[in-house]
Design a protein around this ligand. Structure first.
Ligand SMILES: O=C(O)CCC(=O)N[C@@H](CCC(=O)O)C(=O)O
Ligand SMILES: [Zn+2]
Length: 330
């Protein structure tokens, strides 16, 4: 059964069907943690939708959200009208309830990937699945929502990262995101090789990384705050136009600088409980690195997002961002 897929993915010893029917379509499991849903009747407004979760294994709210949405399809309270590829990214990390096992899966989504190991192998498998899905539905507009939660609290608890790529984001997306109660948007300034970037860069999909609150164990997420987001997933999967709200009801930031960890002796100069989007005045020291020296804010204030001193050497330790104007119409 469809709603058992999540449990079955986590417990491969259990028997579950690899394909079958539900009220408004059929499903098949094409790889572990990869579920393809095909509608009996495709609606005119349908997108080819990719909904992914658990690219980081300890981010459980998106898994609960996908679970609730699958249950509605199973119960027939929601009708599938668009093809959807559902992905649970890092299954060993999801079982272990940790961000990753060996390396951060969400930095590996490039066709030039040279690394070997379990997470690189999983990244290759997921890229192949996305390629096959978008090729199968080449006549439809493409969309990928990669659902996450953030490690720390945030001045804007729900926000999206817009990956950097040539494809322009349609103005309707901002209105849908605002209606889904996203509070902020962060435009990336360079290629980042995340999963959402993969779909945008290689397939021209409308694509975002969503941060849906703060990391918490299963059962401890504030799912009430995610009802508007669930409504957006529901509309997209029904193939009906999503609710809208003015785009300028969200605040917008652009990445100015990616703060990298260059050495073993790397520290951030602010408290561990500093909220995402906290601003720092010109001249403030933000990081100390024995290899790279101190990093200080330049002439204009910067806000810090995803600060994490414990990343691998050579990895991103924070995004430094500045406010920008809301996008204008297409
Ligand atoms: O809270 C944090 O520090 C990390 C949350 C998270 O996993 N964020 C994504 C953002 C991806 C992007 O930049 O588009 C990540 O770091 O992979
Ligand atoms: Zn994440």
């Amino acid at each position: 059964m469809l709603s058992e897929w999540l449990d079955w993915t986590l417990d491969e010893s259990r028997n579950a069907s690899r394909q079958g029917r539900f009220a408004s379509g059929h499903f098949d499991v094409s790889a572990p943690g990869v579920l393809r849903l095909t509608p009996d009747t495709q609606r005119r407004d349908a997108h080819a939708c990719v909904f992914s979760a658990a690219i980081h294994g300890n981010e459980t709210a998106p898994v609960e959200l996908i679970g609730a949405w699958l249950s509605a399809l199973e119960a027939g309270t929601l009708t599938l009208g668009a093809p959807v590829l559902v992905i649970l990214g890092n299954i060993p990390a999801l079982k272990a309830q940790q961000r990753f096992m060996h390396t951060n899966l969400n930095r590996l989504f490039t066709r030039e990937l040279a690394e070997t190991g379990k997470e690189p192998a999983r990244a290759r498998q997921l890229m192949d699945e996305v390629d096959a899905f978008f090729n199968q539905h080449a006549g439809l507009p493409k969309l990928h929502y990669d659902l996450h939660t953030a490690i720390r609290g945030s001045l804007y608890p729900r926000f999206v990262v817009e990956p950097y790529a040539d494809t322009q984001t349609h103005s309707a997306q901002w209105e849908w995101l605002a209606a889904a109660d996203m509070q902020a948007v962060l435009h990336q300034h360079q290629h980042s090789w995340t999963f959402s970037h993969y779909s945008k860069h290689y397939h021209g999909a409308q694509s975002f990384t969503f941060e849906l609150g703060r990391v918490a164990p299963f059962g401890q997420n504030d799912m009430a705050a995610l009802r508007p987001m669930q409504a957006l997933l529901a509309s997209l999967s029904e193939g009906t136009p999503p609710a809208t709200r003015p785009a300028d009801s969200m605040v917008y930031f652009r990445v100015q600088h990616e703060l990298m960890r260059h050495s073993d002796h790397f520290t951030l100069c602010f408290a561990d409980d500093t909220l995402n989007f906290t601003g720092f005045a010109p001249g403030t020291c933000l990081a100390k690195d024995s290899q790279n020296g101190d990093y200080r804010v330049g002439d204009t204030s910067l806000h810090v997002v995803f600060p994490n001193a414990n990343v691998e050497v050579g990895a991103r330790a924070a995004l430094l961002v500045a406010p920008c104007a809301p996008p204008t119409d297409d």
